[in-house]
Design a binder for this molecule. Structure first.
Ligand code: HEC
Length: 608
């Protein structure tokens, strides 16, 4: 079994599926159990089995991993997805982008000293998501007049969740289909594409490597890559985690020739399946040498799980587990520390490392201190059946921000799914300086993907999405979004956590598509004068830093004519926030995962 999984991970990204390793029977069984109820009925919307059998297996796998079937496939292991895709589909390859999508000149050049850049998850290593004025290149007046410059469509994808890295007019961006793109900021034309093994949603970090440059990023199957920025050719790749449910969502950070990679997983959700032996994944941070990908250290966030009895049904319990690291680590080069926010435990026993901010020694990976902010938080997909035995699911999904308060004192600001923003003292092992509630919190509530701060204020949006069970049996989304619940943007003073202002979420208009909701899970971005926030309602909005007044509002939930000829459409926005650099604003739109509206576009805006 294990050996088969490993093979598949090597051979079978989205490209090559002609493998005889996978017995047709198991693919057929999975089809009967997981697909037939929808695909064997006559319904205009649903492609029948005969239509699926004409599709390349690679495209079916992509539909399961990153496309319209994502929510259906969520509890299906990758091995089983591959089995059902190869059972149904043909061996034909999936076509790459057409020649017309490419620039006339494919050259990618990166200056030794770029003038404008947004490189990785945040413009600075402190993860404050604050882009200084000279790099943002947008006045408040220009923000008011932002117009769509171009849209780029991710072919075959139903979600667009990767943030671009932009360096002097050069864009690098991943996609749900696992294609990483190099394109020009002015036009969106392509220079090269690179196919990863799995969906790439992590931010991409560009680092100099000799006379050239490397792009560092992870995918949603546990592989981490170094690709030559100039050509898109692979330099090396390393599987930083082999657990079947691994996902690398947080972006990497680098210092002194070493790249630090955070590791999370979706195993928590797989235990929604009553027969799943929960749980064996444990989060980690991995340090790799940039030169060759050699692993220098890997620090697990819990001890190794061991068997802990069985459920009445006979399913095996394993623990401890969980404590994924979902977000980009924060570098403190003064103290040689790396700060990470951690998620909950998936199974008992609970550990002291879950729902915590943890400081790791950059050289060795040793835990220097652990500040747990919610204890005893054991949560997994079976909790919907027995909620009383479960914790509240209060992960830290976003990066701690290392900043200076106006009085010069250093603080770590951490936003939690509990709806609380914490200020911790990095000089005192994370001692709590203040805490302020900005939302209700919950499984998909509170602060999710990131806050922004300029040192005076910290800007936090909350998700607080309310998910309801899907009532349409043919809708591949497992959940529906409550169109009236969630959202809100709060500005807090960094000095003491008191509120500067608050802007309530905008309700969805009557007649909005199913999946519209006011929640604001996406990361916040700040430039001098403006705070950018996105929403499940598909809007990207800019607010005045001073008083929260709305400066600009664009609804992405519509169809787009794309520069690469793909049928483009926007939907809910979740995950990364706006990237602002050199007078342009980039945002990707489409996020059906929590019941939101699908979409497949990267949008670029500029002043008139
Ligand atoms: C709950 C109903 C439902 C289930 C279960 C379901 N599908 Fe689908 N499937 C749909 C619908 C509806 C569509 C049309 C796309 C849409 O409307 O989002 C679709 C579309 C597809 C497509 C076309 C995607 C594309 O790129 O155009 C593929 C491939 C597919 N399904 C494969 C599967 C496989 C394989 C399974 C089982 C593992 C499965 N589906 C289970 C409802 C379902």
């Amino acid at each position: 079994m294990v050996c088969r999984m490993k093979r598949s991970a090597f051979l079978l990204p989205f490209v090559l599926l002609a493998s005889p390793l996978f017995a047709a029977t198991s693919g057929e069984e999975i089809y009967q159990q997981r697909c037939a109820r929808c695909h064997e009925q006559v319904n205009d919307r649903i492609p029948p089995r005969e239509a699926l059998q004409k599709m390349p297996a690679a495209r079916i796998l992509r539909a399961l991993d990153a496309g319209p079937m994502m929510a259906v496939a969520f509890t299906i292991s990758r091995e089983d997805r591959i089995a059902v895709a190869s059972y149904l589909g043909t061996n034909a390859p999936v076509a790459g982008p057409p020649a017309s999508a490419f620039c006339a000149d494919h050259t990618v050049k990166i200056a030794a000293k770029p003038k404008t850049y947004w490189n990785g998850w945040s413009p600075g290593q402190n993860n404050a998501r604050f882009q200084p004025g000279d790099l943002a290149g947008l006045s408040t007046d220009q923000v008011r007049g932002l117009k769509l410059k171009w849209a780029f469509g991710f072919d075959g994808d139903a979600t667009a969740f990767a943030p671009p890295t932009v360096i002097d007019g050069q864009v690098f961006v991943g996609s749900a289909g696992g294609l990483v793109h190099a394109m020009r900021a002015e036009t969106g034309c392509l220079q090269w594409v690179f196919q990863a093994n799995g969906p790439v949603r992590s931010s991409i970090l560009e680092v100099p490597l000799g006379t050239q440059h490397a792009l560092l990023f992870g995918d949603m199957t546990g592989w981490f890559y170094a690709v030559k920025a100039e050509t898109g050719k692979l330099l090396w790749k390393a599987q930083v985690e082999t657990h079947d449910s691994t996902r690398l969502t947080g972006g990497p950070v680098a210092h002194d020739g070493i790249v630090y990679v955070p590791v999370a997983s979706w195993e928590e959700t797989r235990s929604a399946d009553v027969d799943y032996n929960c749980c064996t994944f444990r989060g980690s941070v991995v340090a790799l040498r940039i030169r060759d990908g050699k692993q220098l250290w890997k620090t697990w966030m819990t001890d190794a799980p061991v068997e802990r009895g069985r459920t009445p049904r006979g399913t095996i319990n394993y623990g401890p587990s969980g404590v994924g690291v979902w977000s980009t680590p924060t570098l403190d080069t003064k103290r040689n520390l790396l700060y990470v926010g951690t998620g909950d435990n998936y199974s008992a026993p609970a550990t002291e490392t879950s729902d915590a901010v943890i400081a790791l020694d950059m050289a060795t990976g040793h835990m220097v201190w652990i500040k747990q902010l919610t204890a005893e938080d054991v949560f997994n997909g079976s909790c919907s059946r027995a909620p009383s035995t479960c914790g509240p699911d209060f992960d830290f999904g976003s990066s701690p921000i290392l900043t200076h308060a106006p009085d010069g004192r250093e603080l770590l600001l951490a936003g939690q799914k509990s709806g609380i923003v914490w200020a911790l003292d990095p000089a005192k092992k994370g001692e709590v300086v203040w805490q302020t509630r900005v939302g209700k919190g919950g499984t998909n509530g509170g602060v999710q993907w990131g806050m922004a701060s300029d040192g005076q204020n910290v800007f936090a949006t909350v998700s607080d999405v309310k998910r309801m069970l899907q009532t349409d049996p043919t809708d591949p989304r497992r959940n529906r979004v409550d169109p009236n619940e969630g959202g809100g943007l709060t500005a807090l003073r960094v000095a003491d956590g008191s509120q500067e202002w608050h802007v309530a979420a905008t309700p969805c208009p009557p007649g909005a598509p199913e999946g519209c909701g006011p929640s604001q899970p996406g990361a916040v971005t700040e430039i001098p004068g403006a705070v950018f926030s996105t929403s499940t309602d598909g809007h990207i909005r800019a607010y005045s830093v001073e008083d929260g007044k709305l400066l600009w509002d664009f609804n992405t939930m519509r169809d787009f004519q794309t520069v690469n000829g793909v049928k483009g459409y926007g939907g809910s926005i979740d995950g990364p926030g706006a990237v602002v650099v050199n007078g342009m604003v980039f945002i990707s739109s489409g996020y059906p995962r929590n019941g939101g509206v699908p979409g497949n576009v990267l949008l670029a805006f500029g002043p008139e």
